[in-house]
Design a protein around this ligand. Structure first.
Ligand SMILES: Nc1ncnc2c1ncn2[C@@H]1O[C@H](COP(=O)(O)OP(=O)(O)OP(=O)(O)O)[C@@H](O)[C@H]1O
Length: 265
């Protein structure tokens, strides 16, 4: 399959008052078109920095970030982003919030067409009938559904999800995980998910990348070869439990705690 994103030997430091802070070091990973990649790693290791490099909001000190084989040299309009805090605009209705990226990326698209596209997405995530509401009239889970619609409305090349489910209660989170699998069928996309939740990574991703402690490099890659949509009880299978144990072990190594355990013992 074609590689949509290739990150090749990327290193990056932030300038701080105390001197340069190396955050990424010789990091490489690639994501094929249509794949769902989850990135996990110790807190502060550089996961969000990686998303900013892919979105073209920052550029690496060395190495390359390629999108469709072309080096990312400027902010990309073709990226959709969803964060832990959905940041919906209260002075706009839910429909108007979802339309927002189209106003930037496709300003000439007729208003009716923009609305039709946004309404179709809102219906897909179960928000039909809420188009005219304000964000504050929706629950946290509903706001996050609307935020997902907004990040997909302009058919982005890559959907970057930076802990979008982290602030939700466990049941709502599982609902949204299942929704992501359904959305992949109805509205195929390529995704990079940043998460601290190993279960989330195993349930959602085709590939889980574990980053080392800062400065982060690719420490471990796990392929989750289970077709979607996945039933939630997939997480209770022996295979999933083994994968979770493997990932947990890798995170401990990344945190500098413990050594490699023999997961087959
Ligand atoms: N603009 C900046 N200037 C200086 N240092 C920064 C800047 N942005 C991030 N950092 C530092 O770089 C490191 C990596 O930050 P980043 O947000 O990428 O990590 P993260 O893995 O996403 O963290 P978390 O898991 O806690 O969300 C952190 O130590 C952070 O304090």
């Amino acid at each position: 399959m074609t590689k949509l994103i290739e990150i090749k030997g990327v290193s990056h430091s932030y300038k701080t008052a105390a001197g340069p802070l190396p955050v990424l070091k010789d990091l490489s990973l690639s994501i094929a078109e249509g794949d769902f990649c989850a990135v996990v790693g110790p807190s502060g290791c550089g996961k969000s920095t990686l998303t900013r490099l892919i979105a073209g909001l920052m550029f690496p000190d060395s190495g390359e970030v390629l999108l469709h084989g072309e080096q990312v040299k400027s902010p990309r309009k073709s990226v959709g982003m969803a964060f832990q805090n959905p940041v919906l605009l209260e002075w706009r209705t839910i429909l108007q919030n979802v339309i927002l990226p189209l106003e930037i990326v496709a300003p000439r698209m007729p208003k009716e067409q923009k609305e039709e596209r946004a309404r179709a997405l809102l219906a897909m995530v179960g928000l039909q009938g809420f188009e005219g509401k304000r964000p504050s009239e929706l629950s946290g889970g509903m706001r996050q559904r609307a935020s997902l619609c907004r990040s997909l409305v302009h058919k982005p090349d890559i959907l970057i999800l930076d802990e979008p489910f982290g602030a939700l209660d466990a049941f709502t989170r599982e609902d949204l995980w299942q929704l992501m699998h359904q959305l992949r069928i109805d509205e195929p996309f390529t995704a990079l998910l940043i998460t601290h939740d190993l279960r989330e990574s195993v349930y959602l991703a085709d590939q889980v990348v574990v980053l080392s402690g800062r400065p982060a490099t690719t420490q471990f890659v796990l392929d989750i070869d289970v077709p979607g949509p996945r039933p939630i009880d997939m997480l209770y299978s022996m295979q999933a439990v083994e994968w979770l144990a493997q990932l947990r072990n890798q995170i401990e190594i990344a945190q500098g705690r413990g050594g490699e355990k023999d997961m087959t013992a």
